[in-house]
Design a protein around this ligand. Sequence first.
Ligand code: ZN
Length: 214
Amino acid sequence: MDSSGQVEGTVRRLAAQVYRALHGNGLQAEPVVELACLMEELGLSGPAVREILERRPVDLSPSDVDRLGRGLLELMDFEHGFDLEPGLWETLESAVEAVERDLRSSGIEGALRITMPDWDDHGCARVEFRGACGSPPIWPSTGRDAEVALAEVADAAQDVVMDVVWTVWPTCPDHRLGLHAALVEGAAVWRCAGAGTHTAATIGDLPRPRRPHR
Ligand SMILES: [Zn+2]
């Protein structure tokens, strides 16, 4: 009998197979049924699992198989890895390049990069700065939207940079207050709490600090 760790590993592999088939050559009933059985075994039950277990596989039409396959992935909160969709990683890399420009504007030395540390087996990316990569995790799905990716990468970069340099970064060119990354009307920006909250800059386009008030 499998240990639950082995079952979980098999579930992850099958889920990746189902995901690939849904986005590729078409899904067969077999991996869907197998996945449903294992999910039931792990106590991950839900409408899709029950429907699969109650019906005979031969009665499932291709559209049933697709619908149920999606249902299973949804039920297990399936987060596919960067390996299944390399474009997601590229989006994060472009985002980190933009954030690095803001680091340069602030006169802080050191490169930012997207990495997947060995100690993390969740398949998340992190932002690395001067060898430190304790930033919050960035899930592959973040790479679906360039602006969402930019805001999340900026937030993670801020975390790791401040941890390393021990100073507030980035700061508002007008108020010298710390900024935070946000999405405003779908655009990734640095927001400042000064003067009734305002957008200090688009992320990647932070101006160099000016002298405060002439
Ligand atoms: Zn400000």
